[in-house]
Design a protein around this ligand. Structure first.
Ligand SMILES: [Zn+2]
Length: 280
């Protein structure tokens, strides 16, 4: 099955992660849910076949709430991907999580409003098959093997990560008010982002391993008293750290198990329940 349009690991992130790779193959994929954010870019890193998908599309034209998350995960799986890494930019909710912090969350809280967040909604697909109602467990939303691989890779690259924390996912595209920021912090949550949900939940429904890596680009709403976050500053901090983040990602890819040797439960998330549709 190893052909040019075949991959084992997916990375959902921008062109900064793949544009310099030699021998990248661009593949257009369609899905029953419509097209994904962009073409998928297939390349080889550390001997692994990796599919990169620009989450916001080339040129960053899709705001977080208009990303077709269902199509993105479906497209990755249809190429053979079983493990997904989802790097994203976030705001830090605590003063100690300043710009440049790498936090690997172990929980998220969904505060989004308008997104299609399940494949199992009882609505027929274009081929006439109808998904059944299936409730997957999301108590631990991230792959333990993937998390461990990221933490190990970051330490090897001398970037001490924050191990664990709660990512609260908001609708966006606006940044939060100071009151929202205070509230999120008072709940004990760690960082705030706009894309972590439904990505992780959909990956679980497709029995994919999913690991979130968050890069803090700002203190959310100045974490109360400081300067408010601006898009320019977020972009600047992300660009300043993209090489490091790519280094950690690539180190992580080398440390992930082969597809047939996953030692986690992610690949059995449906527990033998029949979803009524055939996963790609
Ligand atoms: Zn897993």
């Amino acid at each position: 099955m190893a052909n040019k349009a075949n991959a084992e690991i997916g990375v959902i992130g921008g062109s900064g992660f793949y544009s310099f790779l030699d021998d990248v193959t661009e593949v257009e994929v369609d899905t029953p849910y419509g097209p994904p954010s962009d073409s998928l870019f297939l390349g080889k890193v550390a001997g692994r076949r990796v599919a990169f998908l620009p989450r916001h599309g080339r040129g960053h034209h899709l705001p977080p709430h208009r990303i077709n998350y269902r199509a993105n995960l479906w497209a990755l799986r249809s190429l053979g991907v079983r493990q997904v890494l989802g790097p994203c930019a976030v705001g830090g909710l605590r003063p100690e999580y300043g710009p440049g912090t790498l936090l690997v969350p172990d929980q998220f809280v969904d505060r989004t409003l308008t997104r299609s967040s399940t494949y199992f909604d009882g609505l027929p697909l274009p081929d006439g098959t109808v998904p059944r109602v299936v409730h997957v467990s999301l108590a631990d939303p991230y792959c333990p093997t993937g998390r461990a691989a990221v933490l190990r890779a970051a330490r090897e690259r001398d970037w001490e990560p924050v191990d664990g924390g709660t990512l609260v996912v908001v609708e966006g595209p606006r940044f939060g008010t100071r009151a929202e920021s205070r509230w999120h912090r008072a709940q004990g949550w760690s960082v705030v982002g706009m894309t972590g949900h439904p990505e992780a939940a959909l990956a679980r429904e497709l029995e994919l391993c999913y690991t979130s890596l968050t890069l803090v680009t700002d203190l959310d709403a100045g974490a109360e008293s400081g300067e408010a976050v601006s898009q320019g500053e977020v972009m600047r901090v992300f660009a300043a750290n993209v090489d490091r983040l790519r280094g950690v990602l690539f180190e992580t890819l080398a440390g992930l198990p082969a597809t047939g040797e996953r030692d986690c439960d992610c690949g059995a998330a449906l527990g033998g329940m029949d979803p009524g549709i055939t996963l790609p």
